[in-house]
Design a binder for this molecule. Structure first.
Ligand SMILES: [Zn+2]
Length: 523
């Protein structure tokens, strides 16, 4: 290392690394690159490093929210009514459009900052923003076609989160459907225009975020990764702060030739591709009518389901379709899926098939990715009337059904050890969905604490009532199944504190501006 003066050693009571909680360990981050330099024993910390002691804290890798529509934070609490004889996703969508059609650029910034603040306060360090508001409310383009995308990126960077701006391609209301004027802010009718706007966003992001982050442009990774034009580098070890991806909205909204062109471009540029897939039965039916195949079958036949592809939701799929998704990622959004009545993501089928499962807070009914992690499991428990459904099966066990039985005699030492590893395997899998799987989905090296990865992490207070009494062996399941969001104390992104002592420096201003926006929008 040429310059040790920017090293920080974070020294909490416990660190979750290598699949377990460890004590007497520090995470050493480099302020220049924003990456982890090493995990170091407490008595071997480099003397040049600044030591940040975090007593009574456990430190975990930052969570990655792989699917967000930040502006939908503005409709929270305004859709819990029955607006038709039978209220569904489609009636909810009308309420969502009423906000989407009225937000001005600065409003979008204020609503997005509110959502991102709440993410930071809950231990989320990176977000994939599935962004589909592009034009003026009357459908005419802004002078800068990326004006609204940039408002969202600016909001994320001002709060301090890493952001993948997944720019949405939206061509039509649906197969043989009349244009819907309520979607006029979303629509880019042809793929060439869409790709021109996407490339402009990547180029602009590069110059803006090189200038605004004070890392030298010559540093490897970090700023340099963004400067290469598309934000995602050939080497997965880079840790960009803002980059672009593509998001063909759904098979409903994007006709096949358009989809092919956008995905070919993404593949050439190695960008992540996100798409809503099989969220609603009506979407599958329309796809069958147009293509004679379900959405997953269509995408598989088009050879689009590679490791850069994330299918968001994948609720209404068969076991065969889960296997077709094995080479890709799925992003489940359980708190939204239960709110909208979408259905249950068959995560058991997906894990059996070998697909990666990331998590997203999507409509922001709640912003608490650990709640999404536990709901991924709990929805299946309710459906199957059994427990620990997603626990990986170990060779010597018949299943995880007894895993939570704490009344066993102490003499059954070997059994107890086995039981603990079973509990941890389930919690570790769910926590992996909230962290490493999300990073893979967004295409950056993070979600784990190890040398070279993004220095993104959060801490929880070990004396918070929701997890008090947990030790190294039961802390992860306590956090995954029981943590109150109020227990999150510090959130650090790229080695820089974003939240300290459960507060964000701009919290009051962000909240008051958002409250003013809500009064304007809804009074
Ligand atoms: Zn969505």
């Amino acid at each position: 290392l040429s310059n040790n003066s920017q090293l920080t050693a974070w020294l909490p009571e416990l660190i979750y690394a290598g699949g377990r909680f460890q004590s007497d360990l520090a995470v050493v981050s480099d302020g220049r690159t924003g990456r982890v330099i090493s995990l170091t024993r407490a008595d071997e910390i480099d003397s040049a490093a600044r030591v940040v002691r975090l007593p009574n804290r456990a430190l975990l890798p930052g969570m990655v929210n792989a699917h967000s529509h930040a502006f939908q934070r503005a409709i929270r609490g305004r859709t819990e009514v029955r607006s038709a004889a039978r209220d569904t996703f489609w009636t909810w969508r009308e309420m969502m459009y009423s906000a989407a059609e009225r937000l001005l650029p600065e409003d979008l910034y204020d609503a997005s900052r509110m959502a991102f603040l709440e993410m930071a306060l809950s231990g989320i360090t990176s977000v994939g923003e599935f962004h589909y508001l592009h034009h003026n409310p009357d459908g005419t383009p802004y002078d800068d076609p990326n004006l609204l995308s940039k408002q969202v990126v600016r909001a994320a960077r001002d709060v301090g989160l890493r952001v993948a701006l997944l720019r949405v391609a939206y061509a039509r209301s649906g197969f043989r459907a009349e244009p819907n004027p309520r979607q006029s802010r979303f629509v880019t009718p042809d793929a060439d225009t869409f790709l021109k706007h996407l490339d402009a966003l990547s180029t602009d992001s590069a110059s803006e975020y090189d200038a605004s982050n004070d890392r030298p442009a010559t540093a490897s990774g970090g700023a340099a990764a963004v400067a290469r034009g598309h934000g995602i580098t050939d080497e997965i070890s880079a840790s960009p702060v803002a980059w672009a991806g593509v998001a063909p909205h759904s098979v409903r909204a994007v006709p096949l030739p358009y989809l092919r062109e956008v995905c070919a471009h993404a593949r050439a540029k190695r960008l992540p591709v996100h798409m809503h897939v099989a969220e609603q039965p009506a979407e599958n039916e329309a796809c069958l009518a147009e293509h004679g195949r379900t959405p997953v079958r269509l995408l598989a036949d088009e050879h689009l389901l590679d490791e850069r592809f994330t299918a968001v939701h994948a609720v209404h799929i068969t076991a065969d379709e889960a296997r077709a998704l094995a080479g890709a990622q799925v992003c489940a959004c359980p708190t939204t899926e239960r709110n909208l009545g979408d259905g249950v993501v068959p995560a058991d089928l997906l894990f059996d098939a070998g697909a990666g499962v990331a998590l997203g807070t999507d409509s922001h009914t709640q912003i608490d990715l650990l709640e999404d992690a536990r709901e991924l499991e709990y929805h299946l428990r309710l459906q199957k009337l059994s427990r620990a459904v997603l626990a990986p099966l170990s060779g010597s066990s018949g299943g995880g059904q007894d895993a939570a039985d704490s009344s066993r005699p102490a003499a059954a030492q070997a059994d107890d050890e086995h039981t603990h590893s079973q509990i941890s395997a389930l919690a570790a899998r769910l926590f992996g969905c909230a962290t490493a799987a999300g990073a893979r989905s967004l295409g950056f090296d993070g979600g784990e604490l190890r040398a070279g990865a993004a220095a993104d992490f959060f801490t929880v207070a070990l004396d918070d009532p929701s997890i008090a009494g947990a030790g190294a062996d039961d802390l992860l399941p306590a956090i995954v199944f029981s943590l109150s969001r109020a227990a999150v104390r510090e959130t650090v992104v790229g080695g820089r504190p974003v939240v300290e002592q459960s507060r964000h420096a701009a919290q009051d201003e962000i909240v008051s501006r958002f409250a003013a926006l809500q009064r304007r929008l809804w009074s």
